[in-house]
Design a protein around this ligand. Structure first.
Ligand SMILES: Cc1cc2nc3c(=O)[nH]c(=O)nc-3n(C[C@H](O)[C@H](O)[C@H](O)COP(=O)(O)OP(=O)(O)OC[C@H]3O[C@@H](n4cnc5c(N)ncnc54)[C@H](O)[C@@H]3O)c2cc1C
Length: 499
């Protein structure tokens, strides 16, 4: 029997993962990628000897024998790669006090109780939750595509989750902001909401992150994100897959309710038995397929009410050794700062000296991160104002940086800016979202139930990537690529294999 063929749209982590697993299962695959590099959002760029990372701060599955690690081994991503573990997740400071977010629950408890003895009962209940989540095997939720879970499958999954249900119910529905509001101490009331980067994040997400960091299962992969993606690209090519770079798909071709192939922007047409789209969810459904295969649920999902995540990143190469400083500090501002029409009360500053391969000796990569508004950037895109605004934001942030690190502005050897429009242009992600749907208590149920990976009225088309796994992350993107191939094997009457 001739091999069945699969076309995959997008060489981000989801597309590469789908390609690897499809090759392992005897399919002939081709990936079409609009850019000339693998990785999509999982990327890095080199300028003047500095490597700027655009993605992974923590990799779920980095620890041997721990949840998701086996998947990364199958994808060839972790073999021989040094994993860097942080003793601190980050620090949140108002200049007078600092909350050090230790992944070690004992240290965190002692530190937070010292900051505010009056909040000890709340702090103890929080760290108790972190200890509980250390046992939580998140990968169990992605072993089988949710589409295939029948009553018994859900019951089995439910049994695995059962010990964590009280903690999930308590912490899954509480945002970091709500948690912060419970503190008596005025500094912790300000700092705790920023502990896990965005105030709407369910506290549970941060607790799980700390638990995984503490067990060495959420590390930074040395060499940065593009090297990580390239390792999976190598594995895919070794398995016999083909990638067409600068091959932007314009249309998914359909015939009698079945996906039959793709047409590229250069008018080339390619046919296949199955198409997997691991590209932006909205773009796939409403542009590549013209909105022909939807229902009310899908239209509602993309009607703009769901939370997404946009940010601006200023990347700096500085002739200064920052290794004695904490690697990530969120500064709380006494006076709000007006940035692109929005008031910001916190600014994040990171450096990457923990990985010496990313900067020349004695120098540092520094990144400043602020959340920002997509609509504003979109309104001014294409006008001179866009460049002016980018420069202005950078100038404001650099002036602030100089106050925290005197002399640093004179040591900058390279700087560049990425706005939500940069993310959108570079990867096609809707509104430049960095994670697809932002994980909040509103989207958490979707994470548990799953978002459908097929479309109504269309056979032979599967969706993978961050838009079908709320909260994103490279790990869930890779798991979704694997799930898509598991679904194809069932459709094809084949046993799914790994190897
Ligand atoms: C700043 C930042 C920090 C992050 N931090 C972390 C972290 O610490 N840990 C973590 O796990 N995750 C992190 N993430 C999230 C993670 O990067 C993403 O969730 C994940 O990489 C998404 O992978 P994907 O394959 O689903 O999508 P993408 O990476 O968006 O890949 C989609 C690919 O499809 C291509 N494409 C789109 N349209 C077309 C078309 N028409 N034709 C051909 N190709 C097309 C794109 O070019 C892209 O390569 C971070 C992301 C950002 C931006």
């Amino acid at each position: 029997m001739p091999q069945k063929s699969i076309i995959i749209i997008g060489a981000g982590i989801a597309g590469l993962s789908a390609g690897c697993y499809a090759q392992m299962n005897g399919y002939q695959t081709r990936i079409f990628e609009l850019h000339d590099l693998p990785g999509g959002l999982c990327t890095a760029w080199v300028r003047k000897g500095y490597t700027f990372d655009g993605c992974i701060h923590y990799l779920f599955g980095s620890g041997e024998g721990q949840p998701f690690h086996q998947m990364w081994r199958e994808l060839g991503a972790v073999q021989g790669r040094e994993m860097i573990n942080h003793q601190e997740y980050q620090q949140v400071t108002d200049g007078e006090h600092s909350l050090v977010v230790y992944p070690d629950p004992d240290r965190l408890e002692a530190h937070m109780c010292a900051l505010s003895p009056a909040d000890a009962p709340l702090i103890r209940s929080f760290v108790k939750g972190i200890r509980q989540f250390a046992q939580f095997d998140m990968s169990a939720m992605y072993e089988t595509p949710k589409e295939f879970l029948d009553g018994q499958g859900w019951a089995r999954l439910g049994m695995k989750m059962l010990p964590f249900v009280p903690a999930l119910a308590k912490w899954g529905l509480m945002s970091c902001k709500e948690f912060g509001d419970k503190f008596k101490d005025p500094f912790l009331r300000r700092a705790v909401p920023q502990m896990f980067s965005w105030e709407e994040a369910p506290v549970m997400m941060g607790m799980m992150l700390l638990a995984y960091m503490h067990s060495g299962n959420a590390s930074f992969p040395a060499g940065a994100s593009l090297e990580f993606a390239r390792a999976i690209e190598r594995r895919y090519l070794d398995l016999g897959g083909e990638i067409y770079y600068q091959g932007q798909v314009e249309k998914i071709l359909t015939e009698n309710g079945r996906a039959t192939g793709v047409r590229l922007y250069n008018d080339e047409i390619y046919h296949a038995d199955v198409v997997i789209s691991a590209a932006d969810g909205r773009g796939t459904i409403f542009d590549l397929l013209g909105g022909e295969f939807t229902n009310r649920k899908i239209r509602n999902l993309y009607n703009g009410h769901m939370p997404t995540h946009q940010m601006m990143q200023i990347s700096l190469g500085v002739d200064r050794d920052m290794s004695a400083q904490p690697h990530w500090v969120t500064y709380l501002l006494d006076e709000p700062m007006l940035l692109v029409g929005q008031e910001r009360r916190e600014i994040g500053v990171k450096h990457y000296c923990f990985d010496p391969s990313l900067a020349p000796a004695g120098k540092s990569v520094v990144e400043m991160i602020v959340r920002t508004n997509y609509a504003y950037w979109q309104r001014i895109y294409g006008r001179r104002l866009y460049d002016t605004e980018q420069r202005q934001v950078t100038d404001i942030l650099l002036a602030q940086l100089e106050r925290w690190y005197p002399g640093i502005n004179g040591q900058i050897e390279h700087k560049d800016e990425a706005t939500p429009l940069s993310y959108e242009r570079y990867t096609g992600n809707w509104q430049g979202s960095t994670v697809g749907w932002l994980l909040t208590r509103e989207t958490l149920p979707l994470m548990i139930r799953g978002i459908p990976k097929t479309l109504p009225g269309l056979e032979g088309l599967y969706l993978a990537g961050q838009w079908v796994e709320p909260g994103g992350t490279v790990t869930l993107a890779a798991a979704s690529g694997k799930n898509a191939v598991q679904m194809i094997c069932v459709w094809d009457g084949k046993q799914f294999v790994v190897g």
